[in-house]
Each structure stands twice: as structure tokens, then as C-alpha cells.
Design a protein. Structure first.
Length: 267
């Protein structure tokens, strides 16, 4: 928009400076004419560069290019006529100059209207996008807050469940420890009872052995179900002639004879 305004100003300055010089011959006006003519082509190139994505504006620039060329050509004609022949432009030439400039101005006004339409359209899109962004931001904030609340409820619930679970585990551990202590006490009691029983048994066996060893005139000994000698007193050693270490664990000769006699009687 700014470049379009500047282009119109430069074209108008070119035409008015050329016409004023042709009418008055003042060198200051010629200077303005030359300065304006040097910038018009640059203005046109800038407009081409600023509108490559707009085909409508590019077509208008195609129309504007020969119009600007006509404006520059007619201004050059007025200046040359004054410089070479000291000719003053007539009414028809002044009107022709104005028509050339008006054509340029009309095309640039069309381009300005197109840019204004695009500006309004983009402003509306920007406003809609801004409103959508605001809505999304607010909605996202609300959704985030809801999620945070749900997460807080879930965490609190999990904390409660974990606390109950820990309490249950603690109760089970306490019960298990109590059972272990009870079982340990029972095992220790059983071990103590067994130890006492074994001590009593050993004492009884020792007493029996002493009693048996004190019998010298009788052979007293015990056999297991297989006929092996399990005990052998001093009287048995004296009467049978076997020491205890020689006979204990071996089959008794008397058991062999008894078994032989039984087999003979069966036959």
C-alpha cells in the first residue's frame, strides 16, 4: 500500500514538474522532473516483487507498465519541446497529460482496492484465528484443570488403597510373625521334650546295662528280629566265651541252632 501511494506521488510529480517546466522554464521544476523520472521504474520493479503470489495484481501491473511508459514519454515530450523550441504546451496537450496521469492513477487505485480487500480478508482470518486460539487456550486450560482434578482424585484414591494395602500387609506380617513365634516355641518345647526323653532313655539304657553287667552267673543278651546280638552282658561273655565286641552285631549261634532245629522239625 505504501509503495502504491509513493508510485502515484512520483507519477503526479513527474507530470506536474514537466508541465510546469514547459510553461515557465524554471530549472527547479526540471530538477523535480528528473528526480521523479529516476524513481518511477524502481517503484514498478518493487511492485512486481511485492505481488508475485497475486495473479490479479500481476495482470494490473501488466496494464500499468505501458500507462507509466506513456506518462514518462509524454512528460519527456513536453520537456524536450520547451528545451529545444521553447514551445509552451497548449490546452490539448495539458489535457492529454492529465488523461495519461489519470489512467495511471485509476489502475493504481484498483490495485489499492485489491490490497484493501485482501487486508480486510486477512484481518478477518487473523481475528478468527485469534478467537479460535483464545477458545483453544481456554478450553485447554479447563481440560487441563479437569485432568488435574481427576489425577488428584486418582492419586488420593491410590494413596488410600496403598494405605489400606499397607495396613493389611502389616496385619498379615504381624499375624505371620505371631505364628512363627508360636511355632518356634512349640518346636523348642518339642525339642526340649525329646531331649529330656532321650536323656531319660540313655539313663535307662545305662542303668539296664549296669544291671546286666552286674549279673555274672547268667548269660543275659538281646537279639534283634534278624537274630543279631544287640546286647551282651559280662555273664554271657563268661559263659559263652565271646567278648561283647566280638559278638554284638553278629548272628547268635543259638539263633542259628534254633532255626536249624525248626527247619528239621518241619521236614
Amino acid at each position: 500500500m505504501r509503495t502504491l501511494d509513493v508510485t502515484v506521488e512520483h507519477v503526479i510529480e513527474l507530470e506536474t514538474s514537466a508541465r510546469g517546466f514547459a510553461l515557465t522554464g524554471q530549472d527547479l521544476l526540471l530538477t523535480h522532473y528528473e528526480a521523479a523520472g529516476g524513481t518511477i521504474n524502481q517503484d514498478f520493479s518493487t511492485l512486481r516483487h511485492l505481488t508475485p503470489d497475486n495473479p490479479n495484481q500481476q495482470r494490473r501491473l501488466d496494464v500499468l507498465k505501458p500507462q507509466m511508459a506513456d506518462a514518462i514519454g509524454f512528460a519527456d515530450h513536453l520537456v524536450s519541446a520547451r528545451q529545444n523550441a521553447h514551445a509552451i504546451p497548449g490546452a490539448s496537450e495539458i489535457k492529454q497529460s492529465e488523461r495519461v496521469v489519470d489512467a495511471v492513477r485509476d489502475t493504481i487505485h484498483q490495485m489499492q482496492a485489491e490490497e484493501m480487500r485482501l487486508l480486510n480478508e486477512r484481518s478477518q482470518k487473523t481475528g478468527a484465528a485469534r478467537r479460535l486460539t483464545t477458545f483453544v487456550t481456554v478450553a485447554g486450560t479447563l481440560v487441563g484443570a479437569v485432568f488435574l482434578l481427576l489425577a488428584g482424585f486418582a492419586v488420593n484414591r491410590e494413596i488410600g488403597v496403598s494405605a489400606r494395602a499397607r495396613a493389611q500387609v502389616s496385619a498379615l506380617n504381624a499375624e505371620l510373625e505371631q505364628r512363627v513365634e508360636q511355632r518356634t516355641a512349640a518346636v523348642q518345647s518339642e525339642i526340649a521334650a525329646r531331649s529330656a526323653t532321650e536323656q531319660k532313655l540313655r539313663a535307662s539304657e545305662e542303668l539296664s546295662r549296669l544291671l546286666l553287667d552286674s549279673i555274672k552267673d547268667y548269660a543275659v543278651y538281646m537279639l534283634d528280629p534278624e537274630g543279631r546280638v544287640a546286647s551282651w552282658n559280662a555273664g554271657a561273655a563268661k559263659i559263652k566265651g565271646y567278648r561283647a565286641e566280638e559278638i554284638i552285631g553278629n548272628i547268635s549261634p543259638a539263633f542259628i541252632r534254633l532255626k536249624t532245629n525248626r527247619m528239621a522239625s518241619l521236614n
